[in-house]
Design a protein around this ligand. Sequence first.
Ligand code: NAD
Length: 257
Amino acid sequence: MTVANKVVLVTGGTSGIGAGVTRRLAELGCKVVCASNQEAEGQALAAELKAQGYTVDFVAVDVACEESVKAMVQRVLDLHGRLDAVHSNAGVWRQGKVTDFTQDDFDFVMGINVKGNFWVAKHVVPVMEAQEGMGTIVITTSVAAQIGFPQHALYCASKAALEAMIRCMCNDHAGKVRVVGVSPGTIDTPMLAATCAGWDKPKEEIYAEVARKIPVRRLGQPEDIGNAVAFLISDGASYIDGTILVLDGGTLPLPPW
Ligand SMILES: NC(=O)c1ccc[n+]([C@@H]2O[C@H](COP(=O)([O-])OP(=O)(O)OC[C@H]3O[C@@H](n4cnc5c(N)ncnc54)[C@H](O)[C@@H]3O)[C@@H](O)[C@H]2O)c1
């Protein structure tokens, strides 16, 4: 199950889930490159973890831009000479019904959530195919791919697209790259906090109500996803491919009333 010394790239690795994954993988001895469009947060996180003796670097990227993604992957190779695993996790959310969205909204969400994951995969796969051994790409989807959340049509559609992409990539790159999804439920992050804006109650009250409904009786924490990603990129998960691991504390099986 060991992941020590694996070189791992985490996109969106400087906030919420991605920051939790960066921390967990660093603690487990991975050489982590956290990448995002949050320069200040990324530099601070890498400096904090380096000061604790871990190997963590920050690379600035806009995943919606292919040239930027290409440069990010090259930077990882310049730093470490190989790339064992990627957690392709950067994502955004916008609220609204189909009738509310403009072309800018559509391009923003699809550009980061769908196109961003395409560019990451496009530039990571050839590196893994050229290396010894099997690489792993873990993509963050969401239970939103399965649930028709009110006012989430654009976000839900973007996440469902990723599940189709995972199934195809597992076949197309068989033998050299495993491609797996992690599908979080309700995870305590800045993105989740943003979804509470405009409600008539404080965030803490909303979180407590939601936690009471989740079978494990708590919100997920970024570290919960970090533990799952650590397992999925380990050799212990070498028979797991082309599938989605749901991390929702038991929410999906709940009855719809
Ligand atoms: N929080 C939840 O409950 C939840 C549930 C299901 C899925 N998710 C998914 O988990 C992932 C992480 O979300 P989070 O909750 O940690 O949110 P977050 O807002 O805390 O983090 C998002 C990260 O993505 C990065 N990012 C956004 N646009 C980018 C771009 N163009 N280029 C590079 N980086 C970019 C941000 O800088 C940030 O680091 C997302 O894909 C999200 O859809 C979250």
